[in-house]
Design a protein around this ligand. Structure first.
Ligand code: HSE
Length: 430
């Protein structure tokens, strides 16, 4: 029987939940017209029933009882926007077992448990959709699973964390140090009180494992993804990046190698100023996808926030409404078993920016160059900064080099008598 109305339960009335409710109320007529079904809010669940979200919610829908909502036979779709693993995962599982479709924005749950939740959904002839879990309002997941699905994806890379992009943008614009820019991001509500997930790159690793899973047809364990955050980035590195024609960004990078090998890494990169990613500022996200037929594509937009994230959630709700009662499962969105291997980071190639503090002595440059040449590390440019007569700073930009060789060279350089410290080693160029 084709239903004319779907009952929705929204679990979590925080930023994203409020956005979903606002959007469903504000655009109700337009949405019903486009999917041929009314999307009715049956429950909005949150432990805090008092806080004013500036929304007039329909009478009787607000409750603190999530289990009542996920067990109610009249609910057709559960929207999980609580965040974190528990209790969100338990509610998702109960909803799927009760044959309810699920829409989630929860990248941690999808990255860690997506495969098993998808299997649970298939067993129950429903589906779990997760467009909002990576790239916020950018429809990158639907693009990978749908419009681009006929391509062999060669590379997928970009900026998928708004908080760190905001921090790095402020460091570039205001010359601020990391701690100062982080404080500013926290005051504006971009960064959480405990910023670990964002600044150490965990959030990016979750999102990369989700995007790479779709792009390269394999499950990837997010913990196996090579990851460096932005805590060690200094105002000096940012200023030098600018001087050398780069903008520093935290990137997620996925590259298909031949056979069953894929390269996945998360780390800061000095992006050439001429590259479109260099112009992606503040809390915006952008993802590049290169397919064998489509060539290069770029997806840009707001990666977080109330209504942008709600836009992705509501898009999934409309997708479900369009397919509801037909075959139960939208075949376009799928998780794959782990069938590809990650290339060890030591085997990957990048260009590097290296900043050294050295003694201002004759022969230091020759000694550093010798180590580089012994390890096949080609130097593209080298510049000496601020010679004081006692110490000076050397900035080296290398050609593309194997990570293992670079690390061996850096280890040997730091042991040279004339080298006071290796201040920074940052990938430079794409
Ligand atoms: N903390 C995330 C970000 C939220 O800053 O991008 C959206 O996933």
């Amino acid at each position: 029987m084709v239903k004319k109305e779907l009952n929705i339960a929204v679990l979590g009335f925080g930023t994203v939940g409020a956005g979903v409710v606002k959007m469903l109320l504000r655009n109700a007529e337009l949405i019903a017209g486009r999917c041929g079904k009314k999307l009715s809010l049956k429950y909005i669940v949150d432990l805090d029933l008092k806080r004013d979200r500036g929304i007039k919610v329909p009478d009787g829908v607000l409750t603190a009882d999530a289990l009542q909502a996920v067990n109610d036979p009249e609910v057709n779709v559960v929207v999980e926007v609580i965040g974190g693993v528990e209790p969100a995962k338990k509610f998702i599982e109960t909803a799927l077992r009760n044959k309810k479709y699920v829409v989630t924005s929860n990248k941690e749950i999808i990255a860690k448990y997506g495969l098993e939740l998808r299997e649970l959904a298939v067993r129950n002839k429903v589906n779990i959709l997760f467009e909002a879990s990576a790239g916020g309002g950018i429809p990158i997941i639907n693009a990978l699973a749908g419009a681009l699905a006929g391509n062999n994806i060669r590379r997928i890379y970009g900026i998928v964390n708004g908080t760190t992009n905001y921090i790095l943008t402020r460091m570039h614009e205001a010359g601020a140090g990391f701690a100062e820019a982080l404080k500013e991001a926290q005051a504006l509500g971009y960064a959480e009180a405990d910023p670990t997930n964002d600044v150490d790159g965990c959030d990016v690793a979750y999102k990369l494992s989700i995007l790479a899973g779709l792009a390269f047809d394999s499950h990837f364990n997010y913990e196996d993804i090579y990851r460096e955050g932005i805590r060690r980035v200094s105002a000096v590195d940012i200023a030098l990046a600018r001087e050398f024609g780069y903008v520093l960004k935290l990137l997620a990078v996925g590259v298909a190698h031949g056979g069953d090998q894929v390269e996945l890494r998360v780390h800061p990169v000095m992006v050439p100023q001429s590259h479109p990613l260099a112009a992606v500022n503040d809390a915006f996200n952008a993802v590049f996808v290169e397919g064998d037929c489509v060539g290069e594509t770029m997806f840009y937009g707001r990666g977080a926030g109330e209504l942008p994230t709600a836009s992705a959630v509501v898009g999934d709700l409309i997708d479900i409404a369009l397919h509801y009662g037909l075959d139960g499962v939208n075949p376009a969105l799928h998780f794959q078993p782990a069938r590809k291997k990650l290339v060890p980071v030591g085997e990957t190639y990048s260009k590097y920016f290296i900043r050294l503090k050295v003694r201002d002595e004759t022969g230091v440059l020759a000694a550093v160059s010798r180590v580089c040449s012994d390890h096949q590390v080609g130097i593209k440019t080298v510049q000496q900064k601020d010679a004081s007569g006692i110490e000076t700073e050397l900035v080296i930009i290398t050609h593309a080099v194997k990570e293992a060789a670079l690390q061996a060279a850096v280890g040997q350089i730091s042991a040279l008598g004339q080298v006071v410290e290796v201040s920074s080693v940052i990938r430079a160029g794409l």
